[in-house]
Design a protein around this ligand. Sequence first.
Ligand code: PMV
Length: 303
Amino acid sequence: MKKAATSAPGKVILFGEHFVVYDKPAIVSAIHLRARVEAWIHDHPGVWVGNRRLLNHPASRAMEYVFEKTGNTLGVRLKISSGIPSSVGLGSSASISIASAGTASLITLGRIDKELVRIAAIEGEKIVHFNPSGIDTSIALYGGGGLYTRSRGFTPIVIPLKKILIIDTGKTRRTGEMVKRVREFMEKNKERFNDILSREEELIGEVIDAFRGLDLERLGRLMLENQNLLREVGVSSLEIEEAVKLALNAGAYGAKLTGAGGGGCVICLAEEDKIQEISKIISRRFKVYLAGLSAEGLREEEI
Ligand code: PMV
């Protein structure tokens, strides 16, 4: 194709971030905020934005990987438009990597080769991540909701929640640095870290059980316990703690950081008829989004 466009969703990790890097399961859902990547064939090899060649960027790395693997020496002009706030844990970079690889796949093969796109996007993510587990790219590709384990990949599950309240602490941070911080905790506290990993795995089983009965109170308690474990390994922050407290005082069942932490976003679980009220109270201090869950994964768009 001479030109093509795709879009991919952002995500929230409901339970299990960071521990997923150590091959423990995490529960993740696509959200209705999306990034769109369009590209046109260009005369010069490489990936270009306007007159500038894009180098060392997840989008260009993911596209060039697809070009290499399909035996092309193509050049493209690129336009990225994203409705996903960046560097706050909502998967903006992974969704751009997936959509870039998806668009490159359409241009070179005339179709979306999902496996090629998945691997190309992980190559792109390596530029910004220290040691990506692949959870963000999987959910941006497949959409919906699921259980993700590094060694077993993505298994779709039904997440019985329609919406989730997201609190943006306004503090941006780098995922790679937060992943390194957990690694340092692990190196200094090997035994305790193993206990934390075992508890996290059990906790995920309890979440699946609470999903079945849609037991929001229990899910809220499990969220708080997950937040305690994340705090212990060093990835919470003053803003996160403040947002969690605010959410609980406003009547939420539970709240926790989502994504890498250190700032970024907090998710908050509440009875559906209380969400508006809670959102109003929190919005006096932080930016809030009400995000639809289980959104569609990578898809071709009109261009
Ligand atoms: O980049 P973020 O903030 O969406 O976080 C990614 C999730 C981590 O578990 C912290 C890292 C990973 O690769 O799984």
